[in-house]
Design a protein around this ligand. Structure first.
Ligand code: ASP
Length: 310
């Protein structure tokens, strides 16, 4: 045990092009990121676990309408919100994932319930909702998740077959799957990711975020990773696990492995996005191949940053 801890969070890769971001909006985003960073850091400062810290940080981001997770999740083709989330503990490789759930205020906490209170790793849709009921979850009214900007994004494409990544060079101001990775003072790491997925998605589309190894992964031996980006590509690239594999089998450092995957491998197949990652030695990295990525970190050394663009 030592006194080193670190926390990294993201609120989605792909941001407003710089000219379209107002100072007021930028301040709003930075405040929300700071609040989530503070919530997670508080856990780590008090010698809490990495698992508790990533959950606390993601809950704050889910509760903010600025990000595409929990409150403010994007609209599906039928005008509902279907949310995905996953959490993983690098200490014992325990994990919980959930997809296609509705009405649950904090999907990340529910994914942890699946990890801790079911015999399974991944639940989806109707069955997941039955489990939520059994766990005593009280569902929010759809109006809780409503956000005007998200609604307009959906209105613009709802009569088409397009589904839209909540990303990139867009005029509208809302982006962002959310995630957190942490190292605690006990030497354990953890990862968490939560999202509403893509605007106008249909047919039970599931992205990378809740899939262990694709959008979320943690292993004390290597790293804890949370991804954001074009989910279909991140699934095909098995991105989070690929970073871990490059470290484990090829001996790359955390930074080298994450850079290789985001700037090279995922790009080659057409994927855009980024990731945040920590290892058990206290290293951290936040690469992305988009114009920006809402992100923040804090280390026990006092080093800290909240940033949006490159
Ligand atoms: N990766 C997410 C998905 O495809 C989207 C995002 O990162 O914003 O569902």
């Amino acid at each position: 045990m030592n006194n080193t801890y670190s926390l990294v969070i993201h609120g989605g890769a792909g941001t407003l092009v710089k000219g379209l971001m107002t100072t007021a909006l930028e301040t709003k985003y930075k405040k929300a990121l700071q609040a989530a960073l503070d919530a997670g850091t508080k856990v780590l400062e008090n010698r809490g676990t990495a698992l508790d810290a990533v959950e606390a940080a993601v809950v704050m981001l889910e509760d903010s309408p600025l990000f595409n997770a929990g409150k403010g999740a994007v609209f599906t083709h039928t005008g509902t919100h279907e949310m995905d989330a996953a959490i993983m503990d690098g200490k014992n490789l325990e994990a919980g994932g959930v997809s296609l759930i509705t009405g649950i205020k904090n999907p990340i906490s529910f994914s942890r319930d699946i990890m801790e209170n079911s015999d399974h790793v991944f639940l989806a849709g109707e069955g997941a909702m039955q489990f939520a009921e059994k766990q005593g979850y009280v569902l929010e009214d759809p109006s809780y998740f409503y956000d005007e900007v998200r609604y307009q994004q959906w209105q613009n494409i709802k009569d088409s077959d397009t589904f839209e990544l909540d990303h990139s060079v867009k005029k509208d101001g809302k982006f962002g799957t959310v995630g957190a990775v942490a190292l605690d003072v006990h030497g354990n790491i953890a990862a968490a990711t939560s999202t509403g997925g893509m605007t106008n998605k249909k047919w039970g589309r599931v992205g990378d975020s809740p899939m262990i190894g694709a959008g979320t992964y943690a292993n004390n031996k290597t790293c804890a990773v949370s991804c954001t980006g074009s989910g279909e590509f991140f699934i095909r690239g098995v991105v989070a696990y690929d970073v871990s594999c490059l470290m484990e089998y090829k001996g790359l450092s955390l930074e080298e492995a994450a850079k290789e995957v985001i700037q090279n491998r995922i790009r080659k197949i057409g994927g855009d996005g980024g990731l945040i990652a920590v290892d058990a030695k206290g290293n951290m990295t936040m690469p992305f191949n988009t114009e920006g990525m809402y992100r923040a970190f804090k280390k026990s050394t006092g080093e800290t940053e909240v940033a949006i663009y490159k």
